[in-house]
Design a protein around this ligand. Sequence first.
Ligand SMILES: Nc1nc2c(c(=O)[nH]1)N[C@H]1C(S)=C(S)[C@@H](COP(=O)(O)OP(=O)(O)OC[C@H]3O[C@@H](n4cnc5c(=O)[nH]c(N)nc54)[C@H](O)[C@@H]3O)O[C@H]1N2
Ligand SMILES: Nc1nc2c(c(=O)[nH]1)N[C@H]1C(S)=C(S)[C@@H](COP(=O)(O)OP(=O)(O)OC[C@H]3O[C@@H](n4cnc5c(=O)[nH]c(N)nc54)[C@H](O)[C@@H]3O)O[C@H]1N2
Ligand code: SF4
Ligand SMILES: [Mo]
Length: 689
Amino acid sequence: MPSFIDVPNGVFHAVCPLDCPDQCGLLLHKVDGSIVKVVGNPEHPVTKGHICNKVRNMSERIYDESRLQYPLKRIGPKGEGKFERISWEDALSTITSRWKDLIATDGPESILPYSFYGNMGRLSAEGMDRRFWHHLGASRLDRAICNSAGSAGYQYTMGASLGIDPEDTVHSKLFIFWGINAVSTNMHQVALAQQARKQNDAKIIVIDVHKNQTGRMADWFIPIRPGTDSALALGLMHVLFAEELVDHDFLQKYTVGIDELRDHVVQYDPVKVSEITGVPAEDIYKLARMYGATSPSFIRIGNGPQHHDNGGMFVRTISCLPALTGQWLVKGGGAIKGNSAYLALNTASLQRPELLKNKNTRVINMNLLGDALLTLDPPIKSLYVYGSNPALVAPSSNKVREGLAREDLFLVVHDLFLTETAKYADLVLPATSSFENTDLYTSYWHHYAQIQQPLISPFGESKSNVDVFRLLANGMGFGDEAAFTETETAMIASALNHPQNPYLEGIDYDALSEQHYLKAKVKPLFPGTLPTPSGKIELYSERMKQDGYPALPTYIPLVNDGDHRIQFVPGPNHNFLNSTFSNNPKHISLEKKPKLHMNQLDALGAGIVDGDRVRVWNNRGECVLQAVVGENVLPGVVVSQGLWSDAAARSEEDSTAPKYLVNSLTPDRISDMGGGATFFSGRVTVEKM
Ligand SMILES: Nc1nc2c(c(=O)[nH]1)N[C@H]1C(S)=C(S)[C@@H](COP(=O)(O)OP(=O)(O)OC[C@H]3O[C@@H](n4cnc5c(=O)[nH]c(N)nc54)[C@H](O)[C@@H]3O)O[C@H]1N2
Ligand SMILES: Nc1nc2c(c(=O)[nH]1)N[C@H]1C(S)=C(S)[C@@H](COP(=O)(O)OP(=O)(O)OC[C@H]3O[C@@H](n4cnc5c(=O)[nH]c(N)nc54)[C@H](O)[C@@H]3O)O[C@H]1N2
Ligand code: SF4
Ligand SMILES: [Mo]
């Protein structure tokens, strides 16, 4: 196939590479070899030509003059951001000789990779890199910053990340967006709900701690106290059983533990649940009756509430609800937490775990990066960061930055920009954008796979993750082992060759290259067998009991986060994607200022009025935000949005301290399940400046 890089003009297929469930099909317009326009492809069966504002401006990011072009070597103090250009040859030999020395003196576990899904391409994010780290024997990273608590909770109930086909939700008559800011984070699910609203007079309910854009489009917005959703779900179950709104036939055939659950939820009467959640008892009855009476009903379970101490149990509990009313048997009924199991690849081929010889190699949870850098024994002597920006996104970021600033830490960062993390690096390597690479994309919400072919030549001297790990393997002297010379095309082909996953049938490299959008061979989950120990939906889970949890869904309060009165929920915003775009003036200007939504009662008590600059602080750190006073949050709760760049804070405050760093306040406790993060379970004090 001729390379599209050599075709200077035309319209080309592309995939949105960002960590967003929608994974839109894109069309890139090229003139004279450069991208001039990014639009949605109307032929994508789910995203249908509509894309978000963030990515419509993507070409600005691709050709941003502050994008990294060459490898850099630090010449100033760590964190200051003074670098000079060096060659790839120098950069690679510096890295490999440092690592060879470290391996000789401290062993390979003194080296730690740190990465996430800045680019969702499966080769970029979890392909050649994993092969390299396995062969090196580096400390392993538990990539638990995003969805791991909820995935673990969902698995206890349903066996794997298997939900319904989002395309079926046009048939739903009731949507519950539960802890998901879908207008900003899953816009095509909102489009499907709007379509159902028109076609079936469907109702949209939003349960959230913040009446944001998603809450505002709801027919009914239900505000709830952070971290109490399991209690609400149990209260709904209480009413469903008490009023005989459950589907006995479905429960008999497809679930285990129905009798235990019925007895267990007697204690969660709406009056008691109301005291916990702040949701009035009559609303709990009303919601339960609506849910019990409406079919098909669909719950979109968000990522927000699983970023709490009890986040795993939140998802575990809510995912029991559709079974109670037999919704899994109805087209458009059921739930989606994530759908990644349908397009599960052959990870053994992709990642080559057998290359890791020492099966006891230590595993470090990425949510504990600060502690890992500051206190771990034996210490981490070198950190290699790619596809992630921990100095902004990781919890307890003051600790993280103190760790990154360690004089004896050899830090290498591979990114498209000189991120907050890269400022601490000894060496910075320039990364290609996804449109410069070959890669395979699989959505974790819809059921389509896509391929990206390189459409433009690499920016400056930038290189893809895959190429850098090939070069590092060569420099480390791993030899000509086939794992490191395999082409991208061959890697994709073998990752898709996975006889154990029947959903992948018919999806291969050639078919994807020709047809662009291929759907997993999905069928309804029921009638059928789930990958749980019983093969059924586990309302009662023996496995949970063995793992030290209550076997039945249970409300467990948040951990005591100290004396500060106010609960702090620092979520993402509309125009950034995590910290991506937070360095782009257009995206910043769309967001205007980093705000703190607070209830007027709390504001009144603290003498704060709308628009005031406020200092938000606790024992972990402080930041300065602009108060938005009103009724968008309950008393005792404040919500910020967006992971703002240090640069945005500096230019405005004319100061060197990053004042918008919300993660300086967040706890690095680990959630109840899956080693997850607890970004939203912290407490703060808010003061007028
Ligand atoms: N525009 C945009 N889109 C994104 C991202 C982005 O940064 N910007 N990030 C991407 C990524 S990586 C992810 S993981 C997803 C995340 O997207 P979502 O799944 O939407 O998760 P969050 O936005 O973290 O939180 C969702 C909602 O949960 C609410 N919430 C917090 N705590 C609680 C609680 O205890 N109970 C309830 N009921 N609600 C609560 C928050 O107020 C928020 O409205 O979005 C992806 N898409
Ligand atoms: N307070 C608070 N903190 C949060 C969250 C929250 O809701 N609140 N959300 C959390 C969640 S859900 C997540 S998923 C994490 C996400 O956190 P991260 O995974 O760190 O995501 P980004 O901030 O988008 O950073 C991705 C980086 O990868 C770079 N990149 C993109 N493509 C490539 C590539 O191909 N190669 C290389 N080498 N680099 C590339 C980008 O330029 C960018 O700097 O943040 C977490 N942090
Ligand atoms: S960020 Fe999400 S909504 Fe926006 S273009 Fe990418 S996949 Fe689509
Ligand atoms: Mo995430």
